[in-house]
Each structure stands twice: as structure tokens, then as C-alpha cells.
Design a protein around this ligand. Structure first.
Ligand code: IMP
Length: 216
């Protein structure tokens, strides 16, 4: 039987990439949309690490399954590492990808240094709170206008020099080979057997209380 792991996200772009990169392994990847309404986790950590662990452990505790969470974002040199953990809400609480892209272009107007890095931390947690952590990083350059229609988030602005394209001009497979998330998932894929064994050992096994037969 396949091990169920719940992805602690409703982000369709992330779910698609993670499912694609972990296909073929004996795991059944669900996401939050496969369950009924559940409380939202508050992402108030100061690092990708904090937020990834918060999302994974909260989801595992609430649903009783092992959970995997990705916390990721774009760190731009000329903005002192911003938006970083605030990447999803850079242009405001309910910002769309287009709002964030436009704000980034505005903030970098006239700036010479356009170096940036996507960072990703993936946490795999079980309901007791025990967790494993994986990381990945990818360096690139922020373009002066958007190019490409694939991917999500800041992909149309993230130029990857080695392939001479933005992430939004790559296929999901091409992006997965070089991206921050792809690198973290490669580490997971490389030790998936050990991870499944770890989950099996560490998942709480519920033993109902014994009772005496009523002989009256
Ligand atoms: P999170 O859900 O808090 O991890 O938000 C991550 C945010 O960072 C996303 O909403 C995107 O704006 C951005 N981001 C993370 N990974 C990527 C990527 O692979 N491509 C483009 N944008 C990304």
C-alpha cells in the first residue's frame, strides 16, 4: 500500500511541481483541497525553516497523516533579501501573482544589481511533531519585464542564465531539474525509502484500551 503524505498547501502551482517530481515513488500525495475545511496555519515565522515546519507539523497534527510543507520565496540582493518569507504577500495580503510581479518591477526600476535567488525549505512532519528538513536554492537574475506563461509566482521575472530563459519559459520538467524546489525534492527522492521507513517507525500507533467482558 502507498504511504499517504498530505501536502500542506492549496497552491496549485506548487502541488503540480511536487507531484510531478515525486511521481513514480510509493507515496500517494494529497493536498489540503482533498480534505474538508480545516483551520488555516498562521505563517508568522521569520525564516523559511520556521514556516515550513509550522505548516507541516500543524497539518500532520490536525489530519493525523504525515504532512509535507514547502516554504519558499524570492530573495533579491538589491532589496536586502526581500521579499523572502513575505514573497506571497509582497504587494499586500490578497496580492495576486501579477500584483507581486508588478511591484517587483517597480521596486527594481533603475537598479543595476538584479541578482536574486529562489530559496526553498521542505519539512516532512508526523503528528507528534518530529520532522525532517530539506533545502534547495537557485540563483538567477530579475528581468526588466515579464517573459513566458508557464509556472507561477515570480517565474516570468526569474531569468536563469544557464538556460538563457526565465523560469516561465521552461517546461515543468526543465524547471524541476534546476529550481530551488527541484533540488530539495531531489534530496527527498534520493532517500525516499529511508523517509518511508522513518514515517512507519515514528507514526503513532493507536492501541485502544483493553476492557473486561461483562459476564453478568
Ligand atoms: P509560500 O506559500 O509562503 O511558501 O509562498 C511562496 C511564494 O514565493 C509564492 O507565492 C511565490 O510568490 C514565490 N515563489 C516560491 N517558489 C516559487 C517558484 O518556484 N516560482 C515563482 N515564485 C515562487
Amino acid at each position: 500500500m502507498k504511504q499517504i503524505i498530505v501536502l500542506a498547501t492549496r497552491n496549485k502551482g506548487k502541488t503540480r511541481e511536487i507531484r510531478e517530481l515525486l511521481k513514480g515513488f510509493p507515496i500517494d500525495i494529497k493536498n489540503l483541497d482533498d480534505f474538508g475545511p480545516i483551520p488555516e496555519v498562521i505563517e508568522d515565522g521569520e525564516t523559511f525553516d520556521d514556516n515550513a515546519y509550522k505548516k507541516a507539523s500543524f497539518t500532520a497534527k490536525i489530519l493525523g497523516y504525515p504532512a509535507m510543507a514547502d516554504d519558499s520565496g524570492l530573495c533579491v540582493e538589491a532589496l536586502d533579501g526581500a521579499p523572502g518569507v513575505y514573497s506571497a504577500r509582497y504587494a499586500g495580503k490578497n496580492a495576486t501573482d501579477a500584483d507581486n510581479v508588478n511591484k517587483m518591477l517597480d521596486e527594481l526600476q533603475g537598479k543595476e544589481n538584479r541578482n536574486a535567488a529562489f530559496k526553498c525549505v521542505i519539512s516532512i512532519a508526523v503528528p507528534t511533531g518530529a520532522a525532517l528538513t530539506y533545502e534547495g536554492e537557485c540563483k538567477g537574475v530579475i528581468t526588466k519585464e515579464a517573459f513566458g506563461d508557464n509556472g507561477f509566482g515570480y517565474d516570468p521575472l526569474f531569468f536563469y542564465p544557464e538556460l538563457n530563459k526565465t523560469f516561465a519559459q521552461l517546461t515543468i520538467q526543465e524547471k524541476g531539474r534546476v529550481s530551488h524546489r527541484g533540488k530539495a525534492l531531489k534530496e527527498i527522492a534520493d532517500e525516499i525509502d529511508k523517509i518511508i521507513e522513518w514515517i512507519d517507525i515514528i507514526m503513532p500507533k493507536f492501541q485502544p484500551a483493553e476492557y473486561k467482558e461483562d459476564k453478568s
